[in-house]
Design a protein around this ligand. Sequence first.
Ligand code: HEC
Length: 219
Amino acid sequence: MDRGANGRTGRGRRRGVTALALAGIVGITGCARGCTSSRPPIHPNPSMFNQPKVLPQTASPFFYNGASMREPVPGTIPIGGLKEDEALFTGKGADGQFVAKIPVAVDDALVERGHDRFRIYCQPCHDARGDGKGILFQRGNVPTASLHQENIRNYPDGQIFDVITNGKGLMASYRWPIPPADRWAIIAYVRELERKRLAGAPGASTSAAAPADQPANSK
Ligand code: HEC
């Protein structure tokens, strides 16, 4: 600082007056911190407060379609989004027909995972044994398909995948809550239920919780 300036008395007094005036302004306009106000804040240096940037999902007169966000280039694939295995993700083969068999290896772990997901996503309506006597049927008398009926037993696995993915008739789609791998796991479990029912296995038709502890046959 220019210490020499203090030598002149007039300058010193003026400084004191300025400091008092500033303190007064702060006093009048409110406290510096810890107070709330309904008035817009004063920005002595507003350069960082108002940024001319685009916010997501807003309108913009800049682009011909009036939207600020651009659409991805056609054919863009997000990381992890490449779905080359058509059967796995659609239940249909290259010929457009439902695949007959689950396109992943069926083992005990898959069936167990399927049981777990079935309990969450299917059992409320189709009941633990797959007879379709779940809550909708009990409370609303809604006709819910039995998974043991002959035509469903004869469905290609891919068709059940399609029912879970897209829904069917009164049944809603479970595309979003159930990822494709889990849909196949559920199908593996449903097939297991059907097989046990056909074989007359004691656990399958009498006890709701039994099937998981029986060894799963490979397909
Ligand atoms: C909210 C109740 C509800 C849930 C949950 C539910 N379903 Fe269904 N499902 C139904 C009803 C109702 C029908 C009969 C639809 C119709 O015929 O209109 C049905 C029909 C079906 C059919 C036969 C479709 C056809 O082609 O006739 C299959 C297979 C099936 N469900 C499998 C499943 C599986 C697997 C799950 C678990 C991922 C599941 N459902 C979850 C209510 C449900």
